[in-house]
Ligand binder design. Sequence first.
Ligand SMILES: [Zn+2]
Length: 264
Amino acid sequence: MSITKTEAIVLKSMKFGDTSKIATLYTRDYGKIKVVAKGIRRPKSRLAGSLQTLSHIQIVFYKKKTTEIYLLSSSDTIRSYRSLYKDLNRYVFASASLELLDRLITGEEANPQVFELTQKILTFMESCRESSLEKFFCYYVLKLAHLLGYKPKFDRCINCNKPVKEKFVLFSPEKGGIICKGCARADQAYLRLSKGSVGSALKLQSVKTEDLNTYNIPMERLKEITNGILSLLDYHTGRGKSLKTFEFLKADFQRGPQGRMRKI
Ligand SMILES: [Zn+2]
């Protein structure tokens, strides 16, 4: 058993017993872990109020090789992201981001880049214009897919590597990229993306988080890109699309003929 210190983002927490809580955390140094916070619901607990979902915290915990749930020793809030709770839209997009992260990460594998990205996205979602929330969510989905090894290919056909020139481009969640008419197969299902969406996805793949505020993307394109990446993640992990918090937005994001998988 060792005493370990790291930073974490609280993905979720639930009551446990009369006075305790179990929390799922995404940590900078150990990936996803579960901790039990004994006595945290007692008013005088030194842990009280520190495991709020979405918050960025610093923790000390006892790491044991033989247990799946570690004992939390101390927890200090670095940033609570309180403003995300004051606006339903901000809360939904931030929660959907963390729910996606929770679903895609299955164990203790450190990925500091994913930690940094998540922390940055929560910060931007707290302060960005409300009309930009979809853009930051789309960016998060795209970058997360990339960092977890599912970078979609938008510049050329995923099969023959030739430029795709059609007005509406076929996107294959299975292959993980756009596909030209010549390579598309009648027995495969594809999403249709507008040429503009493909261009915006390419731009989003290269832009820095800090520069996102100055880059505008029409809502229809954001919906198409987000839906495409979530379909890709769902195909490859089985855990991309059915986000509980995303149900709230689903009707909006999956509306219209482009949103549905279809045979060509
Ligand atoms: Zn091709």
